[in-house]
Design a protein around this ligand. Structure first.
Ligand code: C5P
Length: 411
């Protein structure tokens, strides 16, 4: 699938868990199909799985070393099992052997795969694959019922001829069918708290020209703003994404407007915000721009040079100050006294809500794929409230921010 085609799993983190069974030969294709849709995929294998297919194959198709040992200090140091359990937005066990199903159904954490499944908060899809007689065995059926009772999603196996020569139910669904199950999970159209809302989101850095070839800018990757755009679209909103220069694919169903400078960004926002019910200022807008942009490339003739700067317009504050402002959400990246500065920004810019994070922690913020935030707002009695969003993928954080905003708007 090309970069520009619609990628329905963009930004999603899928942990593919492989247990022992001949159907494991289909799992590398599942990994590829998930990645075709933009998902980041990590793989965990049981020992049994490695008798059917090698970790090297799955490393090659996933682009990451495969995890298989609970007690391997080197693997734990790279990405520990709890970290991996938190990393996943969704786990799919494919194939799930009768033994793995039994161990999951009884809460046994006797290898890495089962430990991860017990330690995660992510939804878990299980694709049983086994001989038709085994699948019909009441013990297996009871274990599957137990899994369903505990919130696992058991994907019914397909019927047909089996590797062992039998004919009946127990075949793992084809990779493309499994992928559609994963996609459907994230595109669950019944859960759309932002239906009827038009959201304008700014994202990425801005570039402030010095001359035709040079500019002032910052390290913003745009990942948080793009994650918000994707999540808003999936929660039912119509989304306009005003993006500074960044190398990210446009999320499916989102209208993207590319801009360079803060002035361009302000113009694009003011054009679209009159129709919007929510505005999210997520861009790292350059604070200043050169007073004059040289029309020709500046020569390095002198040992020192001075560029006079002027303050850029504050896009967020401008939107919040409109006569009929949309529900306005800002971000505050701080290195110290995070809550204090975020609260004063909320007041000073006249926002409905602010999402604050501590950028002195290099594992979160700017170029990272993860974030942790505190949401701050005033309730209907003008009392300051706050809610912690613990460390999670930017996709998950984006969804939490939007669900919270939807709840405030509908309250
Ligand atoms: O004042 P500060 O830059 O810390 O505020 C951050 C918030 O304000 C972010 O939501 C950012 O997108 C927005 N902002 C803006 N225009 C500016 C500066 C910041 O919209 N010129």
């Amino acid at each position: 699938m090309s970069e520009s085609a619609e990628q329905r799993l963009q930004g999603r983190r899928i942990l593919v868990a492989v247990s022992g069974g001949i159907a494991a030969y289909k799992t590398p294709d599942l990994v590829r199909r998930l990645r075709d849709e933009g998902a980041a995929v990590r793989v965990v294998m049981t020992q049994g799985a490695q008798a059917f297919i090698t970790p090297l194959t799955l490393q090659a198709v996933s682009g990451h070393p495969v995890h298989h040992d609970l007690l391997d200090p080197a693997a734990e140091a790279a990405m520990g099992h709890i970290e991996l359990a938190k990393w996943a937005d969704l786990i799919v066990v494919a194939p799930a052997s009768a033994s793995t199903i039994a161990r999951l159904a009884h809460g046994m954490a006797d290898d890495l795969l089962t430990t991860l499944c017990l330690a995660t908060a992510a939804p878990i899809y299980v694709a049983p694959a086994m001989n038709q007689q085994m699948w019909a065995n009441p013990i297996v059926q009871e274990n599957c019922a137990r899994l369903t009772h505990y919130g696992f999603h058991v994907i019914p196996p397909a019927s047909g001829s089996q590797a062992c020569g039998d004919i009946g139910a127990g075949r793992m669904p084809e990779p493309l069918e499994l992928r559609e199950v994963v996609v459907a999970h994230f595109l669950n159209n019944t859960d759309q708290p932002l239906a009827q809302q038009h959201i304008v989101i700014t994202a990425g850095p801005t570039r402030e020209a010095i001359d035709p070839v040079r500019y002032l800018s910052n390290h913003s990757s745009g990942k948080m703003g793009f994650a918000l755009a994707a999540a808003a679209q999936q929660l039912g909103a119509q989304v306009t994404l005003v993006a500074g220069p960044c190398q990210l694919a446009t999320p499916a169903g989102v209208t993207r407007i590319n801009v360079n400078s803060a002035d361009d960004m302000l113009r694009a926002v003011m054009q679209h915000v009159p129709n919007a019910s929510i505005f999210i200022g997520c861009a790292a807008v350059a604070d200043y721009r050169p007073v004059q942009v040289a029309s020709n490339k500046i020569k390095k003739d002198s040992d020192a040079m001075h560029i006079q700067l002027v303050k850029n317009p504050d896009i967020l504050a401008t939107v919040a100050a409109l006569d009929k402002p949309p529900f306005t959400i800002g971000f505050a990246a701080e290195t110290n006294d995070v809550l204090k500065y975020a609260q004063s920004k909320l007041e000073r810019k006249g926002l409905n809500m602010i999402a604050a994070n501590d950028v002195s922690d290099s594992s979160i913020g700017f170029n990272s794929d993860e974030n942790a935030m505190v949401l701050i707002w005033r309730d209907s009695h003008a009392k300051m409230q706050q809610k912690q969003l613990p460390l999670a993928s930017k996709t998950t954080i984006a969804e939490q921010i939007l669900r919270h905003a939807a709840a405030l708007i509908h309250s």
